[in-house]
Design a protein around this ligand. Structure first.
Ligand SMILES: [Zn+2]
Length: 289
């Protein structure tokens, strides 16, 4: 289990799955040959054969007053078109509880965007029905994001995301549609990072002079720091997503802001640095636990 302390705020990672390869459809330019030129990606983010390693995890932000889960992964029992994501039976809720956060303890669910791997555990299957997994939480969804997917049939191409993972929490009266700049509490506010989806947001944490940013899918993989033109095939607007990535790199390079990647493999967090040619991701002396 990985954990970071940002002033009074604790961020805990709970992994649903971490895999190497199988993600080439996401970043088609990131071939083994192309990533070999970016030496610092090994060993954490690229394996020995040049495959990208990626993680699907939730991040729990615990402030003095709130317990916020950011992105709820793929979820169990959901019919999905990708075989490795279909009808999962993974111990995610048990792992969440082991990390100190039984599902009843969560007071806020925050989706950076409404894609298949960010909304799954919004609901769980009970007696053949999709019910809210976090009954005591408000579910925060960006208004722009919600309105976009609301008029699309079903959701993204991986399955009927809206029907099984979004509409049930909406129907239960648990959703608050929020602005892309919304402040959640003293230590946490949203930062608009459009492009991957129309209303995509990242999550900014500040406490006692320390800062962190949870990327969402503005970056899928640290290789996009070195190769800023590698947009994802899953980006709704590749020009906008590239502009967003460039803005984030300029804004946070060589700063003390801890960047916590939503799909970055272990060790997941680090600092953006800039050398003469390009940007890179500094994870210090981190060692895989
Ligand atoms: Zn994603």
């Amino acid at each position: 289990m990985q954990q970071w302390q940002i002033g009074k705020v604790k961020v805990t990672r709970v992994v649903e799955m971490q895999v190497a390869g199988g993600t080439r459809f996401l970043l088609p330019q990131a071939t083994p040959e192309a990533v070999a030129d970016v030496g610092w990606l090994k060993p954490h983010f690229v394996d020995a054969s040049g495959k990208l390693i990626m993680s699907i995890h939730a991040l729990i932000i615990e402030t003095p007053t709130r317990k916020i889960i950011v992105d709820t992964c793929i979820g169990n029992d959901k019919p999905r078109s990708v075989p490795g994501w279909n009808q999962l039976q993974l111990p995610f809720l048990e792992d969440l509880e082991k990390a100190g956060y039984p599902r009843e303890s969560i007071d806020t669910v925050l989706c950076t965007h409404l894609h298949v791997d960010h909304v799954g555990w919004n609901t769980m299957l009970v007696d053949g029905e999709w019910v809210p997994t976090f009954p005591n939480a408000r579910y925060l969804i960006g208004q722009t994001e919600y309105e976009y997917w609301d008029q699309e049939d079903g959701g993204d191409s991986f399955g009927d995301i809206m029907s099984d993972s979004v509409r049930p929490v909406y129907a239960a009266g648990l959703v608050d549609l929020v602005d892309v700049n919304q402040r959640l509490c003293d230590e946490v506010y949203l930062e608009p990072t459009p492009g991957h989806t129309p209303g995509h947001i990242s999550v900014h944490i500040t406490s006692e002079g320390q800062e962190a940013l949870i990327t969402g899918d503005s970056f899928h993989h640290p290789c996009q720091m070195a190769r800023t033109d590698w947009a994802s095939s899953a980006d709704y607007d590749q020009q906008a997503s590239t502009a967003t990535r460039n803005n984030l790199l300029e804004k946070y390079a060589d700063s003390d802001v801890l960047i916590i990647g939503t799909h970055f493999a272990t060790p997941t967090a680090g600092h953006i640095r800039q050398n003469q040619q390009d940007y890179w991701f500094d994870v210090g002396q981190a060692i895989d636990p």
